[in-house]
Design a protein around this ligand. Structure first.
Ligand SMILES: [Zn+2]
Length: 204
């Protein structure tokens, strides 16, 4: 895949395949979580499964151990929730299993039940992985207390509405990288694992 193809791509699967061995397991896991969390907005699925995804995010960040994560997955066993039916149950099952295995391509495939998911997943891919052809050298001088506070607050709350403000704070700190500033000020979506927020927080 060339950079031009990457930038024009409207299908997450070749993008995610290209990223294999080029990004961390954490990024892929967070991508899988983001795909499923997006579905939860529309599907009336038990809060239980959301907890599995939260646990998977925490596991990605090594905030909980593998055994703690396994325990959370057990609690989210979709078969124990007979009220969840149809497409929603497929999603619940897929999230519980994919988040513990290879979440990346599995997430794309199993959530490809609706065309609009493709659009969402391309956006999530661009948010989490950025442009792999143009890695940004993040200057420590840009990591001011304001920048750090904004990024941490968004990461912990999972609310990324302050991204444009983060862009302004980065610019105030001397950041002149167009890719960084444009990502902050673009339409989003932004999720945990966002490449700019990760750069600020020193996550990979
Ligand atoms: Zn982002």
């Amino acid at each position: 895949m060339t950079e031009a193809e990457w930038l024009a791509c409207d299908d997450p699967i070749p993008m995610i395949r290209f990223l294999r061995n080029r990004a961390s397991d954490r990024k892929f896991r967070l991508f899988g979580c983001a795909c499923y969390l997006n579905l939860w907005i529309r599907f009336p699925v038990a809060e239980l499964y959301r907890d599995v995804l939260r646990a998977s995010e925490d596991y990605a960040d090594q905030r909980i151990s593998k055994s703690q994560f396994k325990l959370a997955r057990k609690k989210g066993d979709w078969q124990k929730a007979p009220h969840v039916t149809g497409e929603a149950s497929m999603v619940a099952w897929a999230s519980a299993s994919a988040c513990c295995g290879e979440p990346y391509v599995a997430a794309c495939k199993t959530t490809r039940t609706r065309p609009e998911e493709t659009v969402v997943q391309v956006g999530l891919t661009r948010c989490i992985f950025g442009n792999p052809f143009r890695p940004v050298a993040f200057s420590l001088a840009w990591r001011t207390s304001t920048v750090l506070a904004l990024a941490s607050q968004m990461y912990e709350s999972r609310e990324f509405g302050a991204m444009p403000i983060l862009g302004d704070a980065l610019q105030d700190a001397g950041c002149d990288c167009a890719d960084v500033l444009n990502h902050c000020r673009g339409e989003g979506p932004h999720v945990r694992g966002c490449w700019v927020v990760d750069l600020v927080l020193g996550k990979e």
